[in-house]
Structure formats: structure tokens, C-alpha cells
Design a protein around this ligand. Structure first.
Ligand code: BGC
Length: 338
């Protein structure tokens, strides 16, 4: 009896020592708390990692402040966190601070946006970003019935130039729409097509709203004036700004251009329901955070990390071992589920 009690006590002690020894700290650096997308993702990931027994240090980079994000990465490196998950503000602006992280052999998972030009990135988890653009392009193609050959007009909004994803959204959409532009079926009256001409710095809603206003003025668009058939918008934060301007000019759901988006933000869901926005793309925070938790678990236990793609993304230093998730289209037909 006595002997087995002793054994039990020993087992319990051993267990708690083992648990303490396992304490593993994950540093999370997220870009901004101002956008729903990132607010939701940061806290969801923190909660899920904690529920799986990890210590978590969560930082938000103010209002997309790259200098601040660099300082946070340095601080986490100095504090010797065991692993970092970084949702970058500027995909090319973190190499200096991450070099030190790499020297200290701290693994880094690039979250949603691929961090470029550094050896520090161990894994990448994101959605199929090209496919997001394809969905947006296909939606416009279908709604404008471009195959009928009737002439239509569109203006293009690009994301933030410092975000590697913006390129994938644009290229995905253009893979569908460019053939119609080339054939003269779809035209861009402003002539502004290139990323540098159409980008919205920091994905800022007010800058999107301002650019739409400039386009209204320079092109003379209006509900009772020159017709604009579509606005290719890569994300809801931009669509919201575009819709704000169009509404102010008197557009209603019956005559507003076809507008795309991404993220299924509360504003976008409301706009899809009330007819101001055609579609958005749902990217499950739950699925992405599950992928991250699985990666963190495997890395912390020295096990093999599950990836499903190793050729789509190269960050300038290496081909990325990535896990790509499938995005989902949301439009009037299924919006009630969101
Ligand atoms: C993300 C999108 C988001 C955009 C603006 C992109 O990198 O993939 O989900 O809408 O940034 O934050």
C-alpha cells in the first residue's frame, strides 16, 4: 500500500516537473488591431495556443507601424521566445530584425502574408491567395456577362504594395479578366491598371474612398452620368471605402457597379445582404489558426510538420514549405450562412 502511494506521489511529481520543463513560449506579432481580420485572428490564435498548453506573448503593430513591429520582434528575440508567428505589415521590411531571430535558431512561421528576403522563415501558413483573385475575377466576368462580347467598364484597386499577397490577388483576378481587357470587351477608362497606379497604401479604407472620389471626378462616373460596371477590389477594407464614396454620389443597390471583396467582414456581409457589394471571400480564422497550432505542436515536439505545398511560394531565400487553405466565395446566394 505504502509503496504504491509513494509511487503515485512520485509519478505526480514527475508529471508536474515534466510539464514545467515543457513550458514553451510562442511570440505572436500581428499587424494591426484596427482591421477586423487581424483583430479576430490575433486573439483567436492566442486563445487556441493557450488552450493547448503554450505560453503566448501577443503583440499588435499599432496601426500598421513597421518600426514598431520590428521592435516587437527584437524584444521577443531578446526574451528568447521558443517560436514566433508573424503576420507582417511590410513583407520586405522585417529582414533585419528577423536575422537575429534566425541566428538564435528561433523558428518563425509566416502568418498569412509571406515575409520576403530572409532565411528566417521556417514555415508559411495561408490561404490560396491566387484563388482568391480568381474568385473575384470570375465573379465580375459572370455578372458582367463578358462572354456576350458587350463592352463593359471597370476600375481596379490593388492592395498595399508592401504586402506580398496583393500581387497574388491581382494576378489571380487578372488571369480571368485580362483576356477581356485585351480583346477590348472590358475597358479601364482611367487607364490605371498597374499596381503602382492602383495600390492603396496600408490597405487604408479612407485612401480607397479618396481614390474612388478622384476617379469619380476625373472620369465623370455617376448614377445618372457615365456608367461604371465594376470595381475590382481585393479586400473588404477597400470595398468599404469604395462603397462609401459611391453611396455619397447617390448610387443604390439597383445601379451600383459590381464590387468584389475579401474577408467577410461584418460591413461586407451587411453590404452583400443589402446589395451594395456583390461578393466577398470567407477565409476561416478557425482553420488557419488550427494549422498554426498543429505546426507549433509539431515543431515544439521535434516532429514532422504537415504542409501541403512546397512550390507556390518562394520568399527570395527559399521555396516555402506551406500549408494553403481553400477560400470560400460569399454572395447573395449563401450570405445568410455567415
Ligand atoms: C490578407 C487579407 C486582408 C488584407 C488587408 C491581406 O494580406 O490576406 O485577408 O484583407 O491583407 O489586411
Amino acid at each position: 500500500m505504502k509503496h504504491s502511494l509513494l509511487l503515485k506521489t512520485f509519478a505526480l511529481c514527475f508529471c508536474s516537473i515534466a510539464l514545467t520543463a515543457q513550458a514553451y513560449t510562442v511570440g505572436l506579432a500581428m499587424p494591426t488591431q484596427l482591421e477586423d481580420r487581424w483583430y479576430k485572428d490575433g486573439f483567436a490564435l492566442e486563445k487556441k495556443l493557450q488552450a493547448n498548453g503554450f505560453n503566448v506573448e501577443l503583440f499588435y503593430g499599432g496601426d500598421n507601424d513597421t518600426k514598431l513591429q520590428n521592435r516587437q520582434i527584437k524584444r521577443m528575440t531578446d526574451a528568447k521566445v521558443d517560436l514566433m508567428v508573424v503576420g507582417a505589415i511590410d513583407c520586405t521590411g522585417l529582414s533585419d530584425s528577423l536575422n537575429k531571430t534566425h541566428q538564435q535558431k528561433i523558428p518563425v512561421i509566416s502568418y498569412d502574408r509571406l515575409i520576403l528576403n530572409t532565411d528566417a522563415i521556417t514555415y508559411y501558413a495561408t490561404f490560396d491567395n491566387f484563388e482568391v483573385g480568381v474568385m473575384q475575377g470570375q465573379y465580375i466576368k459572370k455578372k458582367l456577362n463578358l462572354d456576350s462580347g458587350n463592352h463593359k467598364t471597370m476600375e481596379i484597386f490593388y492592395g498595399s504594395l508592401d504586402d506580398n499577397n496583393a500581387k497574388f490577388f491581382y494576378e489571380g483576378a487578372m488571369s480571368i479578366l485580362y483576356p477581356y481587357i485585351k480583346m477590348g470587351i472590358l475597358s479601364i477608362p482611367s487607364g490605371q491598371m498597374k499596381p503602382e497606379e492602383t495600390a492603396i497604401k496600408g490597405w487604408q479604407t479612407d485612401l480607397a474612398s479618396k481614390r474612388m472620389e478622384d476617379l469619380m471626378q476625373s472620369q465623370g462616373y455617376g448614377p445618372n452620368a457615365k456608367k461604371l460596371d465594376a470595381v475590382l477590389s481585393p479586400a473588404d477594407v477597400i470595398s468599404t471605402g469604395v462603397i462609401f464614396t459611391l453611396k455619397r454620389h447617390g448610387y443604390t443597390p439597383s445601379n451600383i457597379p459590381v464590387i468584389t471583396g475579401q474577408d467577410a467582414t461584418p460591413e461586407a456581409i451587411a453590404n452583400v445582404k443589402n446589395g451594395y457589394q456583390g461578393m466577398t471571400v470567407y477565409k476561416s480564422t478557425n482553420d488557419l489558426t488550427n494549422v498554426i497550432v498543429n505546426m507549433v505542436k509539431a515543431i515544439s515536439q521535434g516532429k514532422e510538420v504537415e504542409v501541403n505545398d512546397s512550390f507556390t511560394y518562394n520568399n527570395g531565400a527559399a521555396d516555402m514549405h506551406s500549408y494553403l487553405l481553400e477560400p470560400k466565395l460569399v454572395d447573395k446566394a449563401n450570405v445568410s450562412q455567415f
